[in-house]
Design a protein around this ligand. Structure first.
Ligand SMILES: *Cc1c(COP(=O)(O)O)cnc(C)c1O
Length: 443
């Protein structure tokens, strides 16, 4: 099909979204909304500038060089490109040491390496922000008998690690009072999750991470404070190790990969703890010394360089989405003008058809697989069908715009990422256009 051009639409104000048959008045409405969000966008840009300059200085200071981009094979000894990226990463995250590895395939793997690296039989792991992210349940072994977990799968529980959690308050906030007395003699490690993940609770602001870390530290000098940093990176101007965490970990196909990392994960923090995690990733005695970069040093480094920028782009896109959906009468978490602590937006749609229209809109907005239609399907762990939309260059990358939601009231949709602001805007316009057309059909 030939691309239609503006001239096909006659003498009307330029509508960049005309190709997708978005009504001109809807585009204009969105432009007005953008103007009204100028202050929120400005705030995001200030954060971006602080993070971008910190990352740039760290890359320079670590003497990142083109000569390291070739990388290594086999054992991966003396991989200067990998070592320099890890040094820059550690600096930018306020950590003593970092592992930034293509061989870590998921955030769960990075977090699990930290847990297995630090915890020993009889130790207690204490989650102070309620239940952790879904994939960690199997790692901890906290959902015995639920789902299709193998008996003796090698969970922390199988190794004699004890697990306990401090629930959130009814408002979904950290229960500071309970946290202040939760650490016991047995507690070896405390887990704090920064992002909302797939829950309705608010993400933690970095000041809240700081407050929790202080309360924990006041009870024990030696307890290890670990932050699940997934989706939180570069949303604010400080990272967990700058506010009292000993260790943090995350995925490179979320914020810190900048959209360029084709896979990978990271661990950053105190040197001895990062080494212990490395001993789990490879083997004791080998630790962080092995791990060939296989030619990916340039993509991981360039992605890291871009990450403050792409994270800001995402935050702007999600802000616009929240504002436009609020205007259409939907409830959103966080609200458009709230300061964000992660790159996830939750929307509450009124019925199944709106939720489906939204996921179709996200899919149709993508550069990849825009021609396929998301179809609700059963998912392990859910009693109802789940609909998902993702047109991504990297499989499963939620730094790229993606959305999903279970098909049941209250029809929540989780929207993550968005490397390019205009694509998020298009997804929103497509959804609102579809809702409008459905309403017109009904009338
Ligand atoms: C994404 C995420 C993880 C890890 O998920 P992976 O799919 O294994 O990368 C862990 N915790 C939170 C809060 C997350 O958002």
């Amino acid at each position: 099909m030939a691309l239609r051009t503006q001239s096909d639409y006659g003498d009307v104000p330029f509508n960049p979204y005309a190709y997708w048959d978005i009504d001109a008045d809807l585009t204009l409405e969105c432009e007005r909304m953008e103007r009204s969000l100028a202050e929120v966008f400005r705030r995001i840009e200030v954060t971006r500038e602080r993070n971008q300059t910190r990352v740039l200085a760290a890359l320079q200071n670590a003497r990142v060089s083109e000569s390291g981009f070739g990388g290594t094979t086999g054992y991966g000894y003396d991989d200067s490109g990998r070592d320099r990226l890890e040094e820059a990463f550690a600096q930018a995250f306020g950590a003593e040491k970092a592992l930034v590895r293509i061989s870590i395939s998921t955030g769960t793997q990075a977090i699990a390496a930290c847990l297995y690296g630090c915890l020993r039989p009889g130790d207690e792991l204490l989650s102070v922000i309620g239940s952790p992210y879904d994939t960690l349940h199997e790692v901890i072994g906290s959902n015995d008998g639920v789902g299709d977990r193998l008996p003796d799968s090698g969970s922390l529980r199988d190794f004699g690690v004890i697990y306990r959690e401090v629930p959130l308050t009814e408002e979904g906030k950290p229960d500071y009072e309970a946290i202040a007395t939760a650490v016991t003699e047995r507690t070896k490690m405390v887990l704090i999750q920064r992002s909302r993940g797939y829950s309705e609770r608010a993400s933690l602001r970095i000041t809240e991470v700081e407050r929790v870390a202080r309360l924990v530290r006041a009870q024990s000098e030696r307890v290890i404070i670990m932050v699940d940093n997934c989706y939180g990176e570069f949303t604010e101007t400080r990272e967990p190790c700058m506010v009292g965490a000993d260790l943090c970990a995350g995925s490179l196909i979320k914020n810190v990969g900048g959209g360029l990392a084709p896979s990978g994960g990271y661990i950053a923090g105190r040197e001895d703890l990062v080494e212990r995690a490395a001993a789990r990733l490879s083997a004791p005695g080998i630790g962080s010394h092995v791990g060939p970069s296989l030619g990916f040093n340039r993509l991981l480094t360039q992605g890291f360089f871009l990450a403050p920028h792409t994270t800001a782009e995402t935050l702007k896109g999600l802000t616009l989405a929240a504002a436009m959906f609020e205007r259409a009468g939907l409830s959103t978490v966080p609200r458009a003008d709230e300061v964000r602590g992660d790159t996830v937006q939750v929307m509450k749609f009124r019925d199944e058809s709106e939720l489906m229209a939204f996921c179709s809109g996200v899919q149709r907005s993508a550069a990849v697989d825009s021609f396929v239609s998301p179809v609700p399907a059963p998912m392990p762990g859910y009693e109802c069908d789940v609909i998902m939309a993702a047109g991504a260059f990297v499989q499963g990358a939620t730094v790229e715009l993606s959305a999903d939601g279970p098909l049941r009231p209250p029809y929540l949709a989780f929207m993550q990422g968005g490397l390019v602001y205009e694509q998020v805007k298009l997804a929103v316009l497509l959804t609102l256009q579809a809702i409008r057309e459905k309403q017109n059909d009904r009338d």
